[in-house]
Design a protein around this ligand. Structure first.
Ligand SMILES: O=C(O)CCC(=O)C(=O)O
Ligand SMILES: [Fe+2]
Length: 375
């Protein structure tokens, strides 16, 4: 049955909303995107055919060389052991992720592993995202675009009959599996890739990347213990180019703002910002909402960011100036006004009024409450 265009549009909006919320949730639970790309290790690829993904015309992958195996370790032995040590002690204390529902292995969420999380955020993640950007150029524009939807450390333990993971697809764009155990610590194992009809078992620290939509499994181990780090990755690129998704949140934000509900406005603005952090007007509105919510410092930062993107943004300059005036930071106000492009200062009475307050002996040092919302 075909859906009507109306319900299709609604569905797309709901998707965009869910996607933006997941991106925020990723940052909330502690994952950071890579700061910059780093050099990548050599790798080999395996062809699986895009039709195996079941993504139809929405498939963003442009070649069939979609399963990628690093030919050298991305993580050192010491790094792998440190991750296993942290996971092992947490699992011994009873920690379990709430993410997978299978009882054929044990796992712990990386967000519950402070040392591993910090290690990933401080450069280890960039090694994986740089590899992904090199392997999937049509999908990942830049190593800094990838974000972690979820990450787990998984333990397969033959003596406890925790030997495998059934065939499945993951709920992300690209999945990344890094064996943390040495190859000699277990028999069998590896990641079974259904369209290849076989499992790929890499050496310790070597990453295996594949589209999350490829059907795959944690292949059965027949002896020993196998630990892996699994990351489910999505990319920003789609959101940033989908200007309409950003506009949806922006419009919902301004509507709430005009109705006098700044908390809700800010909630929506933050979602718009997650999709496009370089919208000067949006940042100004965020500043206004923050100021209304009694957070002048954060408001000031938002105005400053808005001005860094667009120095001609008069509302941002005026609102920032009013905050400075209220806090009696007249030197700061002077700098702010001195930085204004001459034309914008000449054309705006509000800015001129602010400048007049800097005049020596001016008794009026009380800011106006006027803050402008752009619709
Ligand atoms: O153990 C593996 O190699 C695969 C793990 C996996 O597919 C998953 O955790 O989603
Ligand atoms: Fe998986």
């Amino acid at each position: 049955m075909f859906s009507s265009p109306w319900s299709m549009a609604k569905g797309m909006q709901a998707n965009a909303a869910a996607h933006a919320a997941e991106l925020l949730a990723s940052a909330d639970i502690g994952f950071r995107r890579a700061d910059a790309a780093v050099p990548v290790v050599s790798y080999t690829t395996h062809s699986v055919g895009r039709n195996a993904l079941g993504m139809g015309s929405a498939c963003p992958f442009e070649t069939d060389e979609l399963v990628v195996a690093a030919a050298a370790p991305v993580f050192t032995q010491a790094e792998c052991c440190a991750v296993v040590d942290e996971a092992r002690s947490l699992i011994a204390e009873g920690a379990r992720s709430r993410f997978t529902m299978t009882d054929t292995n044990r796992d712990v969420a990386v967000e519950d592993m402070p040392k591993t999380l910090a290690w990933l955020n401080n450069g280890a993640f960039a090694r994986l995202t740089s590899l992904a950007a090199a392997c999937y150029p049509g999908v990942v524009d830049d190593a800094t675009d990838l974000w972690v939807y979820r990450a787990l450390v998984i333990n397969y333990d033959h003596s406890a009959q925790l030997t495998h993971q059934p065939i499945h697809r993951d709920h992300s764009l690209i999945s990344c599996v890094v064996p943390l155990s040495e190859r000699r610590e277990y028999s069998g194992g590896g990641t079974f890739i259904e369209p290849l009809g076989r499992a790929i078992a890499l050496e310790q620290g070597c990453a295996l990347l594949h589209p999350s939509a490829v059907r795959h499994a944690g292949h059965r181990i027949t002896a020993g213990e196998r630990w892996v780090l699994v990351l489910f990755l999505n990319t920003l690129a789609r959101e940033v180019t989908e200007e309409s998704d950003h506009e949806i949140w922006y419009d919902l934000g301004t509507r709430a703002h005009e109705l006098g509900v700044p908390e809700e406005a800010l909630w929506n603005y933050e979602r718009a910002e997650a999709l496009n952090p370089r919208d000067s007007l949006l940042l100004t509105n965020m500043g206004v909402a923050l100021a209304e919510l009694g957070q002048p410092r954060r408001a000031f930062v938002a105005y400053r960011r808005a001005l860094a993107i667009d120095p001609y943004n008069v509302n941002a300059r005026l609102s920032a100036g009013e905050l400075l005036l209220k806090a009696r930071r007249l030197r700061g106000l002077e700098v702010l006004l001195a930085e204004a492009p001459v034309e914008s200062l000449a054309a705006d009475v509000g800015l001129q009024r602010l400048r007049a307050k800097l005049a020596p002996g001016d008794p009026h040092c009380i800011a106006s409450n006027e803050m402008r919302i752009r619709d």
